[in-house]
Design a protein around this ligand. Structure first.
Ligand code: SF4
Length: 348
């Protein structure tokens, strides 16, 4: 059994376990029940056992669920940072917040040709989807119109699936994005409802939920996950996974915090690979049919996070411009092929 070293490993959970009847979780049996249709919810009284249960068995069960309910296909997405920095929000993990002094690049919305060229380059490398990501609470009206135009053009000229992350939008704006060819909206809930106010105070957890529901109501798929390693407890991580399940989220990016100089979380202890893998496996049990997407923080793991793909992960953000991990679209595809996974683009 691998014990957690993280101080945040939920003392409260251990207390609950010793104070109540200890239920010895049989993760493989649970995995088979999930494959047969069981779904975990907040009422299940064994959730705390995910924290200390044998990691190898947990991984095996998560991989069984992934193989049975998602299959061998690994969904690969790339992003372009369409507008960088100068954000008025105060998310404590983010280099782009104007509240902190970081060395992040600052620029206004990129021109359409640059964005479209990037989409085409990623398509030619066999990536499934491409997203325009912009800093800020929401885009200005003129930026929104430029983004719509860029999507209309990509929709005509490319086959790659189109996604975007533009912050808080109205129903009408979501409708227009869909009409322009966008199929997926990215909007992370970041963490649990309990912990969210310690991470951001310029918008609320409920603002996020309402935004996600507006996008879903317009028929858009929502990609929403968060960041681990911000000081949250294991209980918070499990709670985040449960919230995403309740929202019916179909793509869940898991970022591991890479503390950025200048941000309030810079001093945070780095996560261990074991904690990242355990988190991904837990998310697979709680969200069995969703894509669990490996995102930021791959440099914290060996071989760019290879083990996560046998521990429940079924998707990844990839790209030749990804920060510190050194992975590229080519190296990710080689790694996934070696693991016997299917990397045929969805749009073929
Ligand atoms: S809203 Fe987005 S860009 Fe702005 S600080 Fe938060 S995460 Fe960063």
């Amino acid at each position: 059994m691998q014990k957690k070293s993280d101080e945040n490993t939920a003392a409260s959970y251990n207390k609950n376990i010793t104070e109540s009847m200890v239920i010895l979780m049989d993760t493989l049996k649970l995995a088979n029940e999930i494959i047969s249709g069981k779904r975990i919810d907040k009422k299940d009284n064994y959730l705390s056992e995910f924290i200390d249960t044998d990691l190898d068995k947990l991984k095996k069960g998560a991989d069984m669920i992934r193989a049975a309910l998602v299959g061998e296909k690994v969904d690969l997405c790339t992003i372009i940072n369409g507008r960088s920095g100068k954000c008025g929000e105060n998310c404590k993990f983010c280099a782009q917040s104007a509240h902190y002094h970081t060395s992040c690049e600052v620029y206004d919305l990129l021109d359409e040709d640059t964005i479209v060229e990037q989409a085409k380059a990623n398509e030619s490398e066999g990536v499934d989807r491409f997203a325009i990501v912009c800093s800020g609470h929401h885009p200005s009206e003129s930026d929104f119109e430029k983004i719509i135009h860029a999507f209309e053009r990509m929709n005509k000229e490319c086959k790659i699936e189109l996604c975007t992350s533009l912050g808080f939008l109205t129903s009408e704006q979501f409708k227009r994005l869909k009409k322009a060819g966008v199929t997926g909206i990215h909007n992370n809930i970041e963490t649990s409802r309990r912990f969210f106010p310690q991470i951001c105070t310029t918008h609320t957890f409920d603002d996020k939920i309402a935004n996600i529901k507006r996008a879903q109501a317009e028929g858009l798929c929502v990609c929403s996950g968060g960041i681990i390693g911000m000081g949250e407890t294991w209980e918070d991580r499990i709670d985040m996974a449960l919230t995403l399940s309740e929202l019916g989220i179909t793509s869940i990016p898991i970022n591991s915090l890479m503390p950025i100089p200048g941000t309030p979380l810079y001093g945070n202890k780095r996560l261990t690979e074991e904690d990242i893998i355990r988190t991904i496996a837990i998310f697979r049990y709680i969200n069995p049919t969703a894509d669990i997407r490996l995102a930021g923080g791959r440099a914290l793991m060996r071989n760019d996070g290879e083990d996560t793909f046998t521990s429940g992960a079924s998707a990844s953000i990839t790209g030749n411009m990804l920060t510190t991990s050194g992975s590229t679209i080519k190296s990710d595809k080689e790694m996934l092929t070696r693991l016997g996974r299917d990397i045929t683009p969805v749009w073929i």
